[in-house]
Ligand binder design. Structure first.
Ligand SMILES: CC(C)(COP(=O)(O)OP(=O)(O)OC[C@H]1O[C@@H](n2cnc3c(N)ncnc32)[C@H](O)[C@@H]1OP(=O)(O)O)[C@@H](O)C(=O)NCCC(=O)NCCS
Length: 417
């Protein structure tokens, strides 16, 4: 775009003075759908005003960017990741470079202050953020499991755990505890403190989209005094077809400490007898796809989810784990973050990983967007190379790097921020 359209002296970039004024700009950008005061209050709790950006022109706010501090799972453990959200620009200030200005300031600020070396965001449209070096890092598979396809292949797991229905408000401690194991199991999920747990459990009537109130199922360990090992949050939408109940069951989240608890929760969800269709967004390699005897009937549809950006390569690559040893020279094309641009030698081994500038010839060339896409271990370098987005200069380098960067299970980020 024509950068001269952004007359920077007309715009003042600073921190937001109030969450409500920030939320007003966000609501305008999304077409005037004001969040109810109760929901604003829930979101306000996770808002980090001192880290966020507010752009004003003539003193009037016209653009927003929220920055969150996450302790997120990456291959190898939990690491600090910066979450970007609520990137909005007033309709009459668009296509002048304000989003670009906010993102560039945010990335440069993280680098200069030595803060999180990786940033992540969810996007309304997949075409927006690749230009800023964000690559599609996690995917979700949308499932609509019909009534006739509820058979599960669970004979190895039986007997299943007993499952009971409960009010979410009574299960907060169990939900927080079980969820807290997730960042170690699935890259892309992040530790939810009390405020983020309240956001995950918020169930305001005006945001239910016609569904009933949120309910909770707990799979309990009968040997351990009923200690819950897995849970589901879900809600039902009443639907009648030819005078028969065919309710939709919307599965908001399912987390479990082990396979038995996981299968037990799913068995109970699929056994809700009013249900016509059980609807869920799950990781692309979710066990439910292997549990369902007839996964085809669920018509799986894959879609993009979290986008990641390596902000500071020198710190980001050594902070994650690798599935194989490699010694590889990467040529990173990253003009927006010139401190990353150029050739780097990545060595991984039993003692961890190191990454340093090198003058050696490149074995792989890729741009920041591709590095962002593979960072959480869910996007294949082989696939990106086959699409011409990664260039191999030494035979075998792509396969070796792909093996090292890959993570099992696939990363997943169901919590939109
Ligand atoms: C998306 C939005 C923030 C863009 O803000 P903006 O200030 O107009 O963006 P910029 O002028 O900085 O554009 C930078 C680049 O992104 C491109 N771009 C902007 N919005 C885009 C979109 N929706 N799809 C594809 N490209 C887009 C611009 O064309 C420009 O391209 P260039 O690299 O060729 O110059 C703004 O349109 C908005 O508030 N939309 C509604 C809310 C929303 O969807 N926010 C995104 C939340 S994840």
């Amino acid at each position: 775009m024509d950068q001269t359209r952004l007359r920077t002296e007309e715009y003042e970039f600073g921190v937001p003075d109030s969450w409500d004024r920030f939320a007003d700009v966000v609501a305008r950008a999304y077409g005037g759908y004001d969040a109810a005061p109760a929901y604003r209050a829930v979101v306000a709790e996770v808002f980090e005003p001192k880290r966020s950006l507010f752009v004003r022109r003539d003193g009037r706010p016209c653009a927003t960017l929220a920055l969150y501090s996450f302790d997120m799972g990456v291959p190898g453990g939990r690491r600090p990741i910066a979450g970007l959200g609520y990137i909005t620009v007033d309709p009459t200030h668009r296509r002048r470079g304000l989003m670009r200005g906010m993102i560039q300031r945010t990335l440069a600020g993280l680098h200069e202050r030595g803060e999180e070396p990786v940033a992540a965001l969810h996007t309304t449209e997949p075409a927006i953020y690749g230009r800023f070096g964000f690559g599609g890092a996690t995917r979700a598979v949308h499932l609509e499991i019909p009534r006739h396809a509820r058979e599960l292949t669970i004979s190895q797991l039986e007997p299943l755990l007993p499952v009971r229905v409960a009010e979410p408000a009574e299960c907060v401690a169990h939900i927080a505890r079980i969820h807290d194991g997730e960042p170690d199991r699935h890259p892309g999920t992040f530790h939810r403190d009390d405020a983020w747990t309240r956001r995950a459990l918020s169930d305001l009537p005006e945001r239910r989209g016609g569904a009933g109130r949120m309910l909770c199922m707990l799979a309990e360990d009968s040997d351990e005094g009923g200690r819950p090992r897995g849970y589901a949050l879900y809600a039902l939408t009443a639907r009648w077809v030819d005078s028969y109940p065919r309710y939709d069951v919307h599965v908001r989240e399912v987390f479990a400490e082990d396979s038995l608890a996981y299968a037990s929760v799913w068995r109970a969800l699929l056994d809700i007898d009013l249900a016509g269709t059980v609807i869920a967004d799950r990781p692309v390699d979710d066990p439910i796809l292997a549990l369902l005897a007839d996964p085809r009937s669920a018509v799986p549809v894959v879609r993009d989810q979290l986008y990641t950006r390596v902000v500071d390569l020198e710190r980001a690559l050594p902070q994650r784990g690798y599935a194989a040893e490699i010694d590889l020279v990467l040529d990173l094309i990253d003009p927006d973050c010139p401190w990353n641009h150029g050739r780097w030698r990545l060595r991984t081994g039993a003692d961890g990983a190191s990454c340093a500038r090198t003058a050696s010839p490149a074995e792989l060339s890729l741009s920041a967007r591709e590095l962002g896409a593979v960072y959480l271990g869910g996007t294949s370098l082989v696939q990106l190379a086959a699409a011409g987005r990664v260039i191999e200069h030494r035979a075998g380098a792509v396969r070796a790097a792909a093996r090292a960067f890959r993570h099992d299970p696939a990363p997943f980020c169901p919590m939109v921020f």
